[in-house]
Design a protein around this ligand. Structure first.
Ligand SMILES: Cc1cc2nc3c(=O)[nH]c(=O)nc-3n(C[C@H](O)[C@H](O)[C@H](O)COP(=O)(O)O)c2cc1C
Length: 443
């Protein structure tokens, strides 16, 4: 094996939402965003998917929340006013749209367990995996925001209870996905027998949170069950990921945080849950801005930051962290604030300046720019230099790339950065298989 082949290679995912504006707040204002594209039409998604597949990405990751954020100043007014992940279509609706024009690209869809019974969740995911030829991942979330709970008319759950319920949720999902034995489908026209009832087991679950007595309605799909993704970052969340996930997403602003996280996850995976080392791919968030020269990239980056409205940024951090930040002074140090919402992501902004104090205003703007992800700005060479450090020293197995302007940011990445990754032996030059799991396990 050549020396080049021994280098750790990167997995890549495009990180978006099925909505008007994805994660970087205010990007819709950018003069290069969605020019002649409508996010609500299939053509936009098909174009992006083809670009990502041309770039040999493992998957597109479709994030989601179930309702507009409504924490800032007690309403969703600012989410509406500044298009803070608003409006947003249901994520699984674009899966067939993407699957029909691609062959290899995985499609990871965020579906919340909060208000859906495991039976219908498994049925939907099996159907999508079947239809796409085995290219589906499920990003397992349990919904965290007041806006979501209010939309469904339910009281928010404490974190502890959320994860206990989620454990049972998965237990029932595994039962359903494992309930069809090999040889269950006979489909013999002459005898008229379709299935062997002795090989399609009725699931009989009577638990604390769920009851279910039925046969799973969909035959085993190519991957049997979707690739399981998770992004919990609290103590319970990391345990859940170490136990169940095949890939985990984390936003870690510095190399030191990446190292700490990678060690922690490895320990949980191998020691606590006795899974082989490397069973969970660690995919870290990254924002890239590429230019033909550093100066050009810096200029582009400045333009991107100019699009962020401060009040929109405050509405977003209030929604994600479950706390109304209008109650705090803009110059207050965020390290002194305790949040009930997404703990792990909050830490990404508390540590965004490597331990130096971060004010509420800075936190909002950092988060709105790219969720606290590290930013790689420069030429393709500069960006790959940075990615190599995260792969070799930070423990990253790959990167989820947050969007800036679309579809241009992915076109540029695929045309400029992917060839540089390949040239350095840091990336595939072809897909290994046709299912997402096969490609995720390629290296
Ligand atoms: C990179 C990243 C992406 C996430 N994407 C979503 C998402 O699309 N939808 C969602 O409801 N939660 C999302 N989350 C939230 C987590 O899945 C999880 O529910 C949240 O972090 C709360 O769990 P925790 O308290 O264990 O951190 C994301 C978290 C991270 C770190």
């Amino acid at each position: 094996m050549s020396k080049q082949n021994n280098k750790k290679k990167a997995h890549l995912l495009g990180f978006m939402q099925n909505g008007f504006n994805s994660h970087a707040t205010g990007m819709w204002r950018h003069p290069r965003d969605k020019v002649n594209w409508d996010y609500g039409r299939p053509e936009y998604w098909q174009h992006i998917a083809k670009v990502l597949e041309r770039g040999l990405f493992d998957a597109i990751f479709i994030a989601d929340q179930l309702a507009p954020y409504a924490t800032y100043k007690g309403s969703s007014d600012h989410s509406v006013r500044y298009a803070v992940q608003f409006p947003c279509n249901e994520p699984s609706t674009i899966v067939p749209v993407i699957a029909t024009v691609t062959d290899k690209l995985g499609i990871g869809v965020t579906l919340s367990t909060a208000f859906e019974h495991p039976y219908s969740m498994c049925r939907r995911l099996s159907s999508l995996d079947y239809q796409s030829g085995g290219r589906i991942a499920w990003n397992i979330v349990s919904s965290f925001s007041h806006g979501e709970w209010n939309a469904y008319g339910v009281d928010g759950r404490e974190r502890q209870d959320r994860y206990e319920r989620l454990e049972e949720y998965m237990e029932l999902c595994y039962k359903l996905w494992g309930s069809w034995d090999e040889g269950a489908v006979i489909a013999d026209k002459s005898s008229g027998i379709y299935g062997d009832p002795s090989k399609i087991h009725e699931v009989d679950h009577d638990g604390t949170y769920f009851k279910c007595k039925a046969r799973h309605f969909v035959p085993p799909s190519p991957q049997n069950h979707p690739v399981l993704w998770q992004a919990g970052s609290s103590n319970r969340g990391r345990d859940f990921a170490a136990k169940h996930a095949e890939a985990i997403f984390a936003v870690l602003p510095t190399l030191a945080r990446m190292k700490e996280y990678s060690q922690d996850l490895a320990q949980r995976t191998t020691e606590r849950f006795k899974r082989p080392a490397g069973s969970v791919k660690k995919i870290f968030g990254l924002q890239t801005v590429v230019g033909e020269s550093r100066a050009e990239a810096e200029e582009k980056f400045a333009h991107i930051r100019d699009c962020i409205p401060l009040e929109g940024a405050l509405a977003w951090i209030s929604g994600h962290f479950g706390l109304d930040f209008s109650r705090y002074a803009l110059d207050e140090n965020v390290a002194n604030i305790e949040v009930p919402g997404i703990q792990g992501l909050f830490e990404s902004i508390v540590y965004a300046k490597d331990g130096a104090p971060v004010t509420v205003k800075e936190a909002a703007l950092i988060y709105a720019q790219g969720m606290g992800m590290p930013v790689a700005v420069g030429t393709a060479k500069d960006i790959v230099d940075q990615m190599e450090v995260y792969l070799d020293e930070g423990g990253a197995d790959g990167f989820m790339l947050i969007t800036t302007f679309t579809p241009g940011c992915y076109e540029e990445f695929v045309d400029w950065v992917v060839p540089e990754l390949q040239r350095r032996g840091r990336y595939r030059d072809r897909y290994a298989g046709s299912t997402l799991r096969e490609n995720l396990l390629q290296y």
